[in-house]
Ligand binder design. Structure first.
Ligand code: FRU
Length: 622
């Protein structure tokens, strides 16, 4: 075998505190054949900076310590040109480290650009990075995981790839917040391991020490997913307020009794009447219930879902919550949240829910199988699940994207944001129980200044120019729309180039509409890529018609509201618009990519006069 050595210039000088002597870090590349390279590092600095090119195939990058627990990460190392870098952590205090990199040609440009460093710059470089929505500092993010409140902190774990801004290498990333809107980034809490990717799941506070890891230990449940093992449920615990987790030595705690391929995203909750822990897991086109006394041994109870809602779709990321109807605690209902992909009426991913009763064994839905209720009527609201341990408040956090195009949005340093947290409640309309998703009241603390306009009488067209210094650099629009005799009343949020996101009420057809066909960039990427290579063939057949997938309007039935007048809260950020009507009876979340900042509002009507009352233009900031 031909071995080619390639000495890189000394990339770094570090100070060892013990010796107080500068020690040189150095890296040597040993190409073995054409697609295996051994990276020898002496006096390892903190990171090996890996050059990335997103269109490349994934190489296999492994910190080789000789242990069977070493895991190769899938990294799109640059072959022709470097787009950005990701840090690969090296062991500290060691004299030498070895990283093996497979499936990357010896001629790739990454070899000239790979380097050692003790710091990694996370200053923002993305134009479309939101001003006030949660995003990872760098890398890819999808579903919110393990949402839990403890000791004054909300923990937001999330599906995270630290080695590139496309789906892969699932870890649980981690951020914490005291107020649900200002987030502090922490190190990933659970890393991909030899059992597989760390897929979605939940975290509970073990108040009674059921699992034996101490009273109030944080216990995380997630799916390990790999080709070899399939999808199996695992557990890990934390005794340091969720910063680090120890994986349970006897994982997995639950495997599918019938060998199901799609069996994932465990949500665990305490079920008071039985004095037991319950788990709800997505199982292909059903959700399965299990119960346990010690969080480790789980007994199957029942399943629900086949044939319910939009058909036939993959169930993912369940939640199961109990809420009072119309605020009446004597009338509690159970709600099963089901994220489905595909199945969204506008294409791709969406969140539906079912209202009913639970007897400790089975869930019975109040409505016919054919009835689907949507938690959000936009296209970028998925994998929505709720916090544990928040008492009577039920707070949900969506991932703000859609599997049709999530991997190709025009962003590079990071990819994936969360929509604003929403508080859920049940209300009755025409004898039916629905769930409202209203933005949490904590968002009011983002308001920095407010321009108030008491009343705007709109007939045909009214333009309000120069809205603060840019609407999508962080604005909330609040207003009451009184349609009067108008058949259509709405507004465009627009920029000087004429790019606009249109929001309007169409009273004739009874719809609230958000239209992004002219919102800015509406075509990007080469095609909507499947995000799973392992186990998820169905994603490969998903639509690649990315222009039509993105450039569209989404709508919700106005019949969910009481009518006469409509209260709107519209949150606009760098690349998103979220609409809440009448306290979340309608929620609609969509990504938009204007190429210039939106800075004006144009109100208009058709078929008669309308009034916009109490227009508040809140400038938002952290
Ligand atoms: C939902 C989902 C989950 C899975 C995770 C993998 O978006 O497909 O079912 O656990 O993403 O990243």
């Amino acid at each position: 075998m031909k071995i080619k050595f390639n000495h890189l210039a000394v990339a770094f000088t570090a100070v060892t505190f013990a010796a107080c002597q500068p020690q040189e870090s150095a890296v040597t590349l040993e190409h073995q054949g054409d697609t295996l390279t051994i990276v020898h590092i002496t006096n390892p600095s903190k990171y090996l900076l890996l050059p990335i090119q997103e269109s490349c195939n994934e190489g296999k990058v492994k910190l080789d310590t000789g242990s069977p627990a070493d895991v190769a990460m899938d990294v799109r190392l640059a072959v022709d040109s470097v787009e950005y870098y990701v840090p690969f952590a090296l062991p500290q205090g060691a004299k030498k480290a070895k990283v093996t990199i497979g499936r990357v040609s010896a001629n790739a440009v990454c070899w000239e650009n790979i380097s050692l460093a003790d710091t990694f710059d996370t200053a923002n470089t993305d134009y479309y990075r939101p001003e006030y929505h949660h995003t990872p500092l760098y890398g890819w993010m999808n579903d919110a995981n393990g949402l839990v409140y403890k000791d004054g902190e909300y923990h937001l774990y999330f599906q995270y790839n630290p080695y590139g801004s496309k789906w892969g290498n699932m870890h649980w990333g981690h951020s914490v917040s005291k107020d649900l809107v200002r987030w502090e980034h922490l190190d990933p809490a659970i890393a991909r391991d030899t059992l597989g990717h760390i897929f979605s799941g939940s975290t509970v506070i073990d108040h009674n020490n059921s699992a034996g890891y101490g009273k109030d230990a944080m216990i995380a449940f997630y799916t390990s997913a790999s080709d070899e093992n399939g999808q199996i449920q695992c557990m890990a615990y934390s005794n340091d307020n969720g910063r680090t987790y120890t994986k349970y030595e006897n994982n997995p705690i639950l495997t599918p009794f019938d060998g199901l391929k799609d069996f994932r995203d465990p949500k665990v909750f305490w079920y008071e009447p039985a004095q037991k822990w319950y788990m709800i897991v997505s199982a292909d086109k059903n959700m399965r219930f299990y119960s346990s006394a010690d969080l480790k041994n789980w007994e199957y109870l029942s399943q629900f879902g086949e044939g319910y809602g939009v058909q036939p779709n993959q169930f993912e990321c369940p939640d199961f919550i109990q809420l009072p109807v119309d605020g009446n605690k004597d009338n509690m209902k159970w709600v099963m949240i089901v994220n489905i992909n595909p199945g969204c009426p506008f294409g791709g991913s969406a969140t539906e829910y079912f209202v009913g009763d639970f007897d400790g064994k089975e869930f019975k839905c109040d409505t016919d199988k054919s009835i689907t209720k949507w938690l959000d009527f936009g296209k970028d609201h998925y994998a929505t699940v709720c916090f544990s341990n928040t008492g009577d408040r039920i707070i949900a956090v969506p991932w703000m994207s859609n599997w049709q195009y999530a991997n190709v949005t025009p962003i590079r340093q990071y990819r994936g944001a969360n929509a604003l947290p929403r508080e859920l409640s049940l209300y009755t309309k025409n004898g039916e129980v629905y769930m409202a998703a209203n933005v949490v009241k904590e968002t009011e603390t983002l308001r920095k200044s407010t321009r108030k306009i008491e009343s705007v009488n709109v007939e045909n067209e009214t333009v309000i120019d120069s809205i603060t210094d840019g609407i999508n650099s962080g604005v909330e629009l609040e207003m009451d729309i009184v349609p009067g005799k108008a058949q259509i009343v709405g507004f465009d949020i627009m920029n000087a180039k004429g790019e606009k996101t249109k929001i309007y009420l169409d009273l004739k057809s009874g719809r609230a509409v958000m239209d992004r066909t002219e919102s800015g960039l509406i075509a990007f990427g080469e095609k909507a890529e499947p995000h799973f290579k392992e186990n998820h063939d169905r994603r490969k057949t998903e639509s690649v018609n990315y222009i039509n997938d993105f450039a569209l309007g989404t709508w919700a039935p106005l019949s969910l509201c009481e009518g006469k007048s409509y209260h709107l809260n519209v949150f606009v950020d760098k690349c998103s618009v979220e609409l809440f009507v009448d306290g979340g009876r309608i929620a609609m979340t969509n990504l938009v990519f204007p190429t210039e900042v939106y800075n004006s509002l144009r109100f208009y009507t058709e078929g008669g006069k309308a009034e916009i009352k109490n227009l508040n233009i809140h400038k938002l900031g952290l």
